[in-house]
Each structure stands twice: as C-alpha cells, then as structure tokens.
Design a protein around this ligand. Structure first.
Ligand code: NDP
Length: 261
C-alpha cells in the first residue's frame, strides 16, 4: 500500500477554522500531515479538529491573531510544543473589503494590510528560518486573482494581495537553495463567507436580489460559477508534496481561466 504523500509532515494553517482554511486543513490531514489550525478564537476550529481526531488524524487548534507579533510568537511556541517541527505553512488568514477610491478609508486600508500582508510576513518569519535549517519546507500563500490584475472597487484588497505575491516571490528566491518553496494560490471568487459578504454588500448598495448580485460577480468568470474551497485545498496540498519541489515563486490561478496573463 502506498502511504499518503504528507505522512510525517507537520502543517500550520492560519485562519484554518473555516472557509478555504478549513478545506486546506482537512485536505492536508487526509494527505497524512499533522495539522495545527489557527483562528482568532481557537474554538472556531475546534469542531473541525474534533472530527479529524475522531477519524484518526492528528490535529490541533490554537488561537492566533496574525496581525499581532506576540500572538504569532505564542502560536509558534505552541506549534513547537505540539508538532515539534513545522514543514508546511499555509498563510490563509485574510480580510476583504470593497469601496470606490473616494470612499476608501485609511483605517480599513490599514486593517486589510495588517491581516493580508503583515500577517503573512509575521507567520513566514516565524517558521521559514527553521524550514531552511531542516532543508525542507513548503510555504503556500492564499493570495487572489486580485494579486495579478486590477479590478474596480477593490484597490486596498488588490494592493494587499499584490504585496502578498511580491513577498512570495522574494521568499521563494531567498529560500530556493534551502529546500523550501514558496508559492501563491490565486483563486477567483470562492464559495465562502467572504463571497457571501461581497454579494450582500452588492445587494445593499444596488438593491439587486441575491441571485442577480451573484450573477453580477460571475459575469467575468468563464465558467460562470464560484470556485469550491476544496479546489483551492487540492492545489495547496499538491504544492506540499515532495514532487512539487520544482514549483517555486509561482502564482497559480484557480479561476476557471479568468486571468490568463
Ligand atoms: P473567510 O472570510 O471565510 O475566512 C477568513 C479567514 O481568515 C477566517 O478563517 C478568519 O479566522 C481568518 N482571519 C481573518 N482575520 C484574521 C486575523 N487577524 N488573524 C487570524 N485569522 C484571521 O475567507 P475565505 O476562506 O474565503 O478566505 C481565505 C483566504 O483566501 C483569504 O486570504 C482571502 O483573501 C483569500 N481568497 C478568498 C477568495 C474568496 O472569494 N472567498 C478569493 C481569493 C482569495 P476567524 O475564524 O478567526 O475569523
């Protein structure tokens, strides 16, 4: 019998309690990894972690606000106690916001950058040096199609995700000789709370019904559908396998062919 590909690997997933993060946590556990799912409130991930442990996976949950250096340091310490070493980091925690430029507030701009960019930096800095030392590591950053193109009303979000992609490429270059890869996944609209909130914002701003509001965001998508969180998890898990060593510094689209640059 062939062992699952990530047996013996330990993974940390930020925002791992729900949405894309929960799908990645589940998929990595299914692939044999021991997983630590982080959410601002550890209880957000406890149900998922309970299910994984019940079926025999090794899974842990802890609290972490990725915008806080102290919280990231405490999470890294907990990861050391529970997992020993960390092989895989999935920087998934994220925040979205849309507004035309003239309504974009500095406070929301800073909040977005704190989660999407500073959070990715702090968590990567907490784990990547040890990955380099052990000569094996996988960093997977959940960016967005907005990391690769410009769209209306999402200047702060797109700027933050472009920053995540730039950071990813630099870390990929910096770690390339140390057995560590860093890649960005760039999904289109995914069927999670984040997209539900986007649809509800459109409904409240335009008076459109739910179906019409959803149709308006799907207009530019070739497949006319939302991406499933499991589709993102599938690619994240693939990037963590030994066989993906040569994939480094890439922006991998999961958007049904929407962005072809
Ligand atoms: P959700 O809004 O469903 O979930 C957001 C996740 O981020 C939650 O797990 C949340 O944790 C976590 N989070 C937010 N702020 C913090 C923080 N300060 N510290 C720690 N965790 C935090 O979003 P998705 O699952 O859809 O998105 C996940 C990632 O995918 C994000 O980076 C997003 O930008 C990206 N993405 C999403 C797309 C979409 O259409 N949904 C498309 C492209 C990319 P908590 O449980 O504590 O709230």
């Amino acid at each position: 019998m062939i062992a699952p590909p990530l047996v013996g690997r330990n993974a940390v997933i930020t925002g791992g309690g729900r949405g894309i993060g929960a799908a990645v946590t589940r998929r990595l556990a299914e692939a044999g990894a021991t997983v630590l799912a982080c959410s601002r409130d550890a209880s957000a991930a406890s149900e998922l972690i309970g299910q994984l442990n019940e079926r025999g996976d090794r899974a842990f949950a802890t609290a972490c606000d990725v915008t806080s250096p102290d919280s990231v340091a405490a999470m890294a310490e907990y990861a050391g106690e529970t997992l020993g070493h960390v092989d895989i980091l999935v920087n998934n925690a994220g925040r979205a916001h849309s507004a035309p430029l003239h309504h974009q507030t500095l406070e929301e701009w800073n909040r977005l950058f704190a989660v999407n960019v500073t959070g990715t930096f702090l968590c990567t800095q907490a784990f990547a040096p040890a990955m380099a030392q052990q000569a094996w590591g996988r960093i997977v950053n959940i960016a967005s199609i907005a990391a690769r193109t410009g769209l209306r009303y999402v200047s702060a979000y797109a700027a933050s995700k472009h920053a995540v992609l730039g950071f990813t490429r630099c870390i990929a270059a910096e770690m390339a000789e140390n057995g560590v890869t860093a890649n960005a996944i760039c999904p289109g609209y995914v069927d999670t709370d984040m997209t539900t909130e986007t649809v509800e914002r459109i409904m409240s701003k335009t008076g459109l019904g739910r179906e019409e509001a959803l149709a308006s965001i799907l207009q530019t998508t070739p497949q006319r559908r939302l991406i499933d969180a499991d589709e993102v998890a599938f690619v994240a898990a693939m990037l963590c396998e030994d066989g993906a060593h040569g994939i480094n510094g890439q922006a991998i689209g999961i958007d049904g062919g929407e962005f072809l640059g």
